[in-house]
Ligand binder design. Sequence first.
Ligand code: SF4
Ligand code: SF4
Length: 129
Amino acid sequence: MNRTPDEMVREIEILSGQRIADCYQCGCCSAGCPIGTAMEPPPSKAIRLLQLGRVEELLGSEGIWLCASCLVCGTRCPRGVDYARIAEACRLLVLRTKRSVVDPDVVVHADLEDVPQQAFIASFRKFSV
Ligand code: SF4
Ligand code: SF4
């Protein structure tokens, strides 16, 4: 059965332990994100999409996969919203439907030597479901 956007947002809230409505769009998270300029959507925009019920748009984006789970956004948020957990919940929903924009089998082994530690941690969180 297809879920409504409201039901999907609620599931993301349950999985992440975060309240989407708590975000008041100050942008501190996106400003502090080390890859915010490359991430589309950046954290604050991603949360805005959820507030607007545009869940599928976020789940189909590359941004949720680029998040390195470094936790900077959560420490900067004046409302206590931890976007890393929200992105993790979004990735979990996508993986449950067997959709993915990332294929670990095509990662070039030589490239792994330059991967920052945060990326390893992110990989654990992304693929150990
Ligand atoms: S946890 Fe993700 S979204 Fe937040 S600052 Fe780090 S990379 Fe950016
Ligand atoms: S820092 Fe917090 S309140 Fe501000 S836009 Fe990001 S999630 Fe929303």
